[in-house]
Write a protein that binds this ligand. Structure first.
Ligand SMILES: Cc1ncc(C[n+]2csc(CCOP(=O)(O)OP(=O)(O)O)c2C)c(N)n1
Ligand SMILES: [Mg+2]
Length: 678
């Protein structure tokens, strides 16, 4: 399929559909279109009545795309949708009653009332979810396609997105990934010509969105999205290519939404009247009826029966929704995390000493050997073994597919990790330097963290995103930050930060086995300097369990990452001065082991918190607030926090040393708190 010429509305001139649809296919597509139309018409009424809340984005006018695309799909194929997703979901087989109940926010809805219109999903039908973030469809779909490829399956994935979304980086990053990895994915752009109130002609550099396919070495075509026959035929060919391992396609379906952007929008409508009227005259349902008449496939009598049946189905869906109970706070609270497993840890016993890097490497190797679903991807993780050597040797053991070098495309590969996790794999995504996580925030915070919750607490996202944070090697402001507080703030994420080789191995094994998305923070200085006893056997350290690194009676120091060895060194100095320091490493920062901290403070009556990150708004502020709320009576002195100076990391080495809390600064702060109470 080559990009072909278009007429001035973008419709493809050469691919004019001349294929006849079989009676069976025509009827199936037609029925789906009627179901979508009826669902949307009813939704508009229910929104006006106040039974559907928030907002909903009507698919009326675009039904041929979803219906004819999905008529090419099997139940086990995947589909990722966007905010205008009702039609996509219905076409892929979603239950209209469960959808309607969800739109009404009821407990019997698809997401138990936690997701609403923009988050309908049904993993049993391969529906990876509608999505409230424009452009997020693509990475999730790419990840599902990668999962298929890794499992050696012949399923395909369809990613539906709008003309507006084609300007998101996700589209470009994922087109490239899908092309280089030859993933079985169809990028279906529904070009309804507007993104909210902007015309694609003003926002899009390409003449047609399908022209962009050339840059990604994949077939691209623009077709009439209101012609169900044309959509069915063109998509059918692309599905075949994808199933045969020939990679992705981009299909741009020219279409038009009849309504405003959303039911809530009530904004200026920029669409010229003649354009609007011309497209309304091309009602895709009417066009298919004409075709069925002309091709003598589905008789008028059957058309009426379908209409009657759809009407009944809709009424029973609405009744189902209205009967649904309101979801409870308990159901909501239980939906955020899947339970963490319990483990008995062996302790840092034995004579064998290995480095922090070796410990991490051992954890990944062990889990990859144990579970085929585990794979690693990131920049230079393959034959090179990562720039810090953390994945060294894994490529030789597990091969290219499972130790996968990526292009420099952080949103693309992190998002593909989320998608692959949703589709049943257990990806480990390496961020070369953790500061680059800033590029991936949507994938982690809006997608991974919320997926299970938005879908009512059923699905899991077993993803680990790991990499080195922190300073100490003169890498300046964009390669040295400690960003844990960004993630400890977000419900749905687990945040882990080991400080020893023993913890690194056991915690990473636990993270890989956990069903929740885990932000796994490592530290460059621990890569370079940390060595310690690590059992050879595989073991896991329970998520949310802190560790007392040194017992003491005068003061509790809660320390993380590099501050743990510094606090221990400070404790040794202070011991000679008669000050007994207890060092507590929470290890998991979210969920926090509150008890280990509170019990320690109950014993020592003083608390100092040390981390490399900025004090302002840092993780330590949370610990301090928690202790004030729950253990105030046990405090004999103010809580002191020691953190990095409130500046971006400088390059100059003396200045960098001044920013990161040193052993001396820590020692002095502990001494002052014990001796002088502050
Ligand atoms: C990242 C992001 N930016 C902006 C929005 C607000 N928004 C929701 S839909 C939309 C327009 C999307 O246009 P398009 O991709 O063409 O899809 P259409 O609505 O036309 O189906 C905008 C701007 C959003 N939800 N997410
Ligand atoms: Mg649009």
């Amino acid at each position: 399929m080559a990009t072909t010429t278009k007429d001035k509305t973008g419709k493809n001139k050469s691919a004019k559909s001349n294929v006849q649809l079989s009676a069976e296919t025509a009827e199936a597509i037609y029925t789906t279109m009627r179901r979508i139309r009826a669902f949307e018409e009813r939704t508009i009424e229910l929104f006006a009545e106040g039974a559907v809340k928030g907002t909903a984005h009507s698919y009326i006018g675009e039904e041929a795309v979803a219906a004819a695309v999905s008529a090419n799909l099997r139940d086990d194929d995947y589909m990722a949708s966007n905010h205008r997703g009702h039609g996509h979901c219905i076409a892929k087989g979603a239950d209209m009653s469960l959808m309607m109940a969800e739109l009404m926010g009821r407990e019997n809805g698809y997401c138990g009332g936690l997701g609403g219109s923009m988050h309908i999903a049904d993993l049993s039908l391969g529906i990876l979810g509608a999505n409230g973030i424009v452009g997020a469809t693509m990475p999730l779909a790419t990840g599902a396609a990668l999962a298929i490829k890794l499992r050696g399956g012949d399923q395909v994935v369809v990613a539906f997105f709008g003309d507006g979304a084609s300007n998101q980086g996700t589209f470009h990053e994922c087109s490239n990934l899908a092309s280089i990895w030859k993933l079985p994915i169809l990028f279906i752009c529904e070009n309804n010509q507007y993104a909210l109130t902007t015309s694609y002609r003003d926002t899009t550099s390409a003449r047609q969105i399908s022209d962009r396919a050339v840059g990604y070495a994949m077939p691209g075509i623009t077709i009439d999205g209101n012609d169900a026959g044309e959509v069915y035929t063109v998509v059918g060919e692309a599905v075949e290519r994808a199933r045969a391992g020939e990679g992705p396609s981009l299909i741009e379906c020219m279409t038009y939404r009849w309504g405003q952007h959303s039911m809530r929008a009530n904004l200026r409508d920029p669409r010229p009247k003649e354009e609007y009227d011309a497209w309304i005259a091309r009602d895709p349902i009417k066009l298919l009826e004409e075709r069925m008449r002309a091709e003598k496939t589905v008789p008028g009598r059957r058309v009426s029966e379908i209409g009657a049946q759809v009407g009944q189905d809709l009424e029973s869906a609405v009744a189902f929704g209205r009967e649904g109970a309101e979801p409870t706070v308990e159901q909501m609270l239980a939906a955020v995390y899947d339970a963490h497993a319990h483990y008995d840890e062996p302790g840092a016993v034995g004579d064998r000493e290995i480095t922090y890097v070796e410990a991490l490497n051992e954890a990944m190797g062990a889990e990859m050997a144990r579970d085929d679903r585990v794979f690693v991807m990131g920049e230079d993780v393959g034959q090179t073994g990562g720039i810090f050597g953390v994945t060294k040797g894994l490529w030789e053991r597990f091969g290219n597919d499972r130790v996968r070098d990526t292009p420099i495309t952080e949103v693309g590969f992190t998002g593909a990790g989320v998608g692959a996790a949703i589709a049943g794999m257990r990806p480990i995504v390496e961020l070369q330097i953790f500061d680059f996580v800033a590029l991936t925030m949507d994938m982690l915070v809006n997608q991974a963290a919320k997926f299970r919750y938005m879908l009512g607490g059923g699905p899991t996202v077993p993803l680990v995103v790991r990499g080195p944070q922190g300073g100490g090697i003169r890498m300046a402001a964009q390669h040295s930050q400690s960003l844990e507080a960004w993630f400890t703030h977000v419900p749905g994420l687990v945040v882990m930060a080991p400080s020893t080789p023993y913890d690194a191995k056991g915690m990473l094994i636990a993270a890989i086995r956990d069903n929740n998305p885990v932000i796994f923070l490592e530290h460059k200085m621990l890569y370079m300097e940390s060595k310690g006893a690590v059992p050879e056997q595989d073991y896991a350290i329970p998520i949310g369990k802190g560790d007392i690194k040194r017992a003491g009676s005068d003061i509790t120091v809660v320390a993380t990452m590099t501050m743990v060895p510094r606090a221990l060194a400070a404790a040794r100095v202070l011991e000679r001065e008669g000050i007994s320091v207890e060092v507590v490493d929470p290890r998991t920062l979210r969920p926090l082991d509150e008890a280990i901290i509170l019990n320690s403070v109950a014993k020592t009556n003083r608390l100092l918190i040390a981390h490399e990150a900025w004090k302002n708004g840092g993780f330590g502020a949370e610990v301090a607030a928690m202790v004030v709320e729950k253990g105030f009576d046990n405090l004999d002195a103010p809580i002191v926090r020691v953190g990095g100076l409130d500046v971006p990391m400088p390059y100059n080495d003396a200045l960098e040393r001044a920013v990161i809390p040193s052993q001396d600064r820590l020692t002095q702060a502990i001494r002052d708190l014990v001796r002088h109470g502050a």
